[in-house]
Design a protein around this ligand. Structure first.
Ligand SMILES: N=c1c2ncn([C@@H]3O[C@H](COP(=O)(O)OP(=O)(O)OP(=O)(O)O)[C@@H](O)[C@H]3O)c2ncn1[C@@H]1O[C@H](COP(=O)(O)O)[C@@H](O)[C@H]1O
Length: 120
């Protein structure tokens, strides 16, 4: 989102807490009417359908990155995050589990982590 986009929204500047609110909305759509809720339609298809849709959205984001279009990449990233959260809801993953995994990794280089893995 550009600064201009953010300025058109009501309330405080948006931040990553929107993800927790979005997940709560998604979770509350369980059993809702698929005719009136896109989320309910996705959830009705189960984790495999949500995973397939996530893959499609990932490809769309990759294409925008490769084409060097950051504004379109930001929009596709929002689609991608929404569909990732739908997959978490379908597959029984709570956002807190993911936030915890990220926090545990904070400050540890990926290179050091990989070097410390036991041999395959
Ligand atoms: N953040 C989103 C969001 N991002 C993307 N999408 C929808 O994701 C769909 C897929 O986008 P595409 O461009 O890939 O469309 P498509 O290829 O035609 O999709 P398909 O119909 O083939 O699956 C579109 O219908 C988008 O509107 C979203 N739908 C809902 N949300 C959030 O979820 C909330 C609940 O939505 P409902 O469940 O629909 O009430 C909303 O208030 C929003 O906050």
């Amino acid at each position: 989102m550009t600064d201009l986009d953010a300025a058109t929204l009501d309330g405080p500047s948006p931040d990553a807490r929107v993800l927790d609110r979005l997940f709560a909305t998604i979770d509350a759509r369980r059993g809702a009417d698929p005719a009136s809720s896109y989320t309910a339609k996705l959830l009705a298809g189960g984790a495999p359908a949500a995973a397939k849709k996530l893959g499609e959205e990932a490809v769309e984001a990759v294409i925008e990155a490769v084409l060097g279009r950051p504004d379109r990449l930001a929009d596709e990233s929002a689609d991608l995050l929404y569909h990732l959260l739908v997959l978490w809801a379908s597959a029984g993953v709570s956002p807190d589990a993911v936030w915890t995994a990220l926090a545990r990794r904070e400050g540890r280089s990926g290179i050091a982590e990989k070097a410390a893995r036991p041999p395959a």
